[in-house]
Design a binder for this molecule. Structure first.
Ligand code: HEC
Length: 397
């Protein structure tokens, strides 16, 4: 029963806040009068959700006194929610508390990650030097790499690329995504590609598409030269399909290396699709699909934008600070957009958007097969047709 009451409270609050910003004052007044920590936390959470994506909201009447009281609450949940709201109202004390938590190696790793996430969303000043330090800590490295995309800082590409050879596969993917987020970062990335610090296969089709969307001629020239062009072969789909069908004979498929197929799947598809329970959820789970049917695979992979539904359209959002975010918009309210990419789910404040483009194409990139060698297409297609998971050898990650 309480759950029902609380979620209803939140619904009402969210609606109230959307309708009247001054509704905040009355909620604060109400909070002054109640002592039940669960109810307090719920009201605070409702306020926060109603204000999601907004920044520098003037604190409501009575907030500073209330915050002082709540930050000392015996309930950690209440402390946390009071800090979160303090951030929305621009309380410096709240920011400092989180920076302190983030830096302290003795703090719980979950708390540190959460602090990092909030500080990044708030774009806390002077966070970047702390992020550079944290890059040295394996436990927080992936998060720090992701966070760096939020800040326009000239030293970032150098810091990332210096560490790059030591990164794990997963960290490399994040590093590349971050370097693909801004014009100057992408220049550094393509230079590293030319030098061989970053290898061609470490830049996936999505990152390449994002680099292209940055629209910087210098970077595009370098990308075309060292990575390849993104243009899938044009022309009639039937014709393109027949090219693949011709060489993907039963006999040729029988020679497939399934382990390699799984590796290729991990690299090209699993960021978005689940297969045998593993993978992302940007696109549909394909375990139960018609994936053993070659026509079905070719149709979807060679022409992903053939019949794209609105939910899966690719959005590119250029922020005022030069960051390019691309992905699907999974939610929208008056003040913010929630954008899902393979790397993360970001709440983008509408005030920060310079240009928002909804492209008439799918999140699923074209050219996935064109980026592979013939034998690689064979291995991947054969793997897609398996009845059960193929085990990877011990050493593979
Ligand atoms: C960046 C994300 C992304 C990647 C990478 C990706 N896909 Fe997709 N895929 C999607 C989305 C989103 C859809 C939903 C269809 C649409 O666009 O309307 C989809 C649809 C499909 C479908 C049709 C599924 C259905 O139920 O309709 C198949 C099959 C498929 N993808 C296979 C693949 C294969 C094979 C790869 C790798 C070679 C791949 N995809 C890589 C995002 C992705």
């Amino acid at each position: 029963m309480p759950n029902f009451k609380y979620s209803l409270t939140q619904l009402i609050l969210t609606a109230l806040l959307a309708a009247t910003p001054s509704g905040l004052d009355s909620i604060v007044e109400l909070l002054h009068q109640i002592d039940d920590p669960a109810f307090q936390a719920d009201l605070l959470k409702g306020m926060r959700e109603g204000l999601a994506g907004q920044k520098n909201v003037p604190p409501p009447k009575g907030w500073p006194e209330l915050a002082k009281k709540l930050i000392q609450s015996p309930s950690e949940k209440v402390q946390e929610e009071a800090t979160n709201l303090g951030l929305i109202f621009g309380d410096q004390t709240a920011i400092n508390r989180l920076k302190h938590l983030l830096k302290s190696k003795s703090a719980n790793i979950y708390v540190r990650k959460k602090s990092l996430k909030i500080l990044t969303e708030r774009k806390a000043p002077k966070l970047v030097p702390i992020l550079y330090q944290i890059l040295q800590e394996e436990l927080l490295r992936a998060e720090a790499l992701m966070s760096l995309a939020a800040f326009d800082h000239p030293e970032t590409p150098e810091k990332i690329l210096k560490l790059y050879p030591e990164l794990s596969q997963k960290e490399k993917t994040i590093a590349v995504a971050t370097l693909a987020s801004r014009k100057l970062y992408a220049r550094a990335l393509t230079e590293a590609l030319a030098k061989g610090t970053v290898r061609r296969e470490e830049i996936d089709v999505l990152a390449a598409r994002q680099i292209k969307a940055l629209n910087d001629p210098q970077t595009i020239v370098a990308l075309n030269e060292h990575w390849g062009t993104l243009q899938p072969s044009t022309g009639d789909k039937e014709k393109r399909m027949s090219v693949y069908k011709k060489f993907l004979t039963t006999k040729y498929l029988a020679k497939a290396d399934m382990v390699n197929g799984r590796r290729l799947y991990n690299r090209s598809c699993s960021a978005c699709h689940k297969l045998y329970g593993i993978g992302g959820d940007i696109g549909p789970d394909i375990t139960g699909s018609d994936r053993r049917n070659l026509d079905y695979i070719l149709e979807n992979v060679l022409d992903p934008s053939g019949a794209v539904s609105k939910d899966f359209q690719l959005n590119t959002i250029l922020l005022k600070d030069g960051r390019l975010v691309s992905g699907m918009v999974s939610a929208e309210n008056k003040s913010s957009l929630t954008v899902r990419s393979t790397a993360e789910t970001l709440v983008v404040s509408k005030q920060d958007i310079k240009k928002h483009t909804v492209l008439p194409i799918s999140m699923m990139p074209p050219g996935l097969f064109e980026a592979l060698e013939k034998n690689e297409v064979r291995d991947l297609v054969a793997y897609l047709a398996t009845e059960q998971q193929v085990e990877l050898p011990e050493d593979a990650n």
